[in-house]
Design a protein around this ligand. Structure first.
Ligand code: SF4
Length: 359
């Protein structure tokens, strides 16, 4: 094995972080963790992973999970297509392969939601296949080490890098560790900003470190500005204190989630609208800006359409991240005081108007 690979592995065995899925004997658990880790950081994933495995301990439990249980377990992790594909893949495995995961990256790629990177990670970690992973961390490490100017968001440069890495991983007795070592190096040492080169096992052959151009690689790509979607949403409670929620429509990735109703979609009149908060959130393909209003309900409440409901315990439903954050924000003492002050201010000015009109 080349000296740099040995140094990389030695560093990994010494510096790796403890993770609940690392060294897990069950390929199902590794698969779940790899899907969760797509687009999401390790520390965010940890509690979700443990809860998900308690709820759905094996492929069979996942295959028969209800929509509501599944979305609730994933609520807040985002990129919900991942969990829908996870269940679809589990159903395929139960129907076609007695619930067992295939052992090669080529076969794993046939399952919904498993691309080249995830297939290589599962096949190498669980089944010792010598298939290199190329994720953002690995691309950054080798773009710097080898001074590569490619656009690693494209498939061809990722495939070329995997081809370059294949002979090295093939010379290694523990391909899963080799892959995890490269990813861990990118996460802990060769970070996007301020890489810690003096502690890096690849320092002696790294061309970027030699020329002090670490932060010039990978080459930054110009990103198009994301389109903005602006909506007004309502925080409405009935006399019992129940919150009005509606089931999301129009965006496939949020199908099945509950959220605050949009003002323009409400079918009954409301009074005394009060603007109280602006929530901003960036998705992969747009930016969402929600202006939140409180309001009073009409004296007689109309019956609600089927996709609306008064809800006593929103936390029991799968709710969108935006709704969860808005509800948390609304509980902050600062906002509560502000709303109380504004409400009493508006009552005072109404009383003043009334006095004026009766003089
Ligand atoms: S020496 Fe520095 S820039 Fe090069 S791979 Fe290591 S951490 Fe990254």
């Amino acid at each position: 094995m080349p000296p740099w690979c040995l140094r990389l592995l030695e560093w990994y065995y010494h510096a790796r972080r403890e993770m609940p899925w690392r060294g897990h004997p069950d390929a199902y658990a590794v698969w779940v963790s790899e899907i969760m880790l797509q687009q999401t950081q390790v520390n965010t994933v940890r509690p979700y992973f443990e809860r998900f495995l308690q709820l759905f301990p094996d492929v069979f439990a996942l295959a028969s999970a209800t929509d509501e249980a599944l979305l609730k377990a994933w609520e807040g992790l985002g990129y919900y297509t991942r969990v829908r594909n996870l269940r679809k893949a589990a159903q395929q495995l139960v129907a076609e392969n007695k619930g067992r995961l295939p052992q090669t990256a080529r076969e794993l790629k046939n399952l919904p939601g498993i691309g080249a990177y995830t297939a290589a990670a599962i096949a190498s970690i669980c089944f010792n296949e010598c298939e290199p992973v190329v994720d953002g961390n690995v691309a950054r490490v080798f773009a710097r080490r080898n001074l590569l100017s490619d656009d690693f968001s494209k498939e061809a440069p990722r495939r070329n890098l995997a081809n370059w890495l294949r002979p090295f991983i093939s010379a290694c007795a523990a391909p899963g560790d080799f892959n995890q070592a490269m990813m861990e190096l990118g996460a802990l040492i060769c970070t996007p900003r301020h890489p810690v080169c003096p502690q890096c096992p690849l320092r002696s052959e790294c061309k970027a470190a030699e020329t002090m151009r670490q932060e010039d690689y990978p080459v930054a790509l110009k990103r198009k500005a994301l389109p903005e979607r602006k909506h007004e949403v309502l925080l409405l409670r009935n006399a019992k204190g129940e919150l009005l929620l509606t089931q999301h429509q129009g965006e496939r990735l949020l199908d099945g989630f509950w959220e605050l109703p949009r003002r323009d979609l409400l079918s009954f009149p409301i009074r005394r609208l009060q603007k109280c908060y602006i929530h901003k959130q960036t998705f992969s393909h747009f930016r969402q800006i929600l202006t939140v209003f409180t309001a009073e309900l009409p004296d007689e409440l109309p019956s609600l359409p089927p996709d609306f409901q008064w809800c006593a315990a929103p936390e029991k439903l799968p709710i969108t991240t935006a709704t969860r954050k808005i509800l948390m924000q609304m509980q902050s003492p600062h906002l509560q005081n502000h709303l109380t002050e504004r409400a009493s201010g508006s009552k005072t000015s109404q009383a003043a108007k009334k006095r004026k009109s009766t003089r």
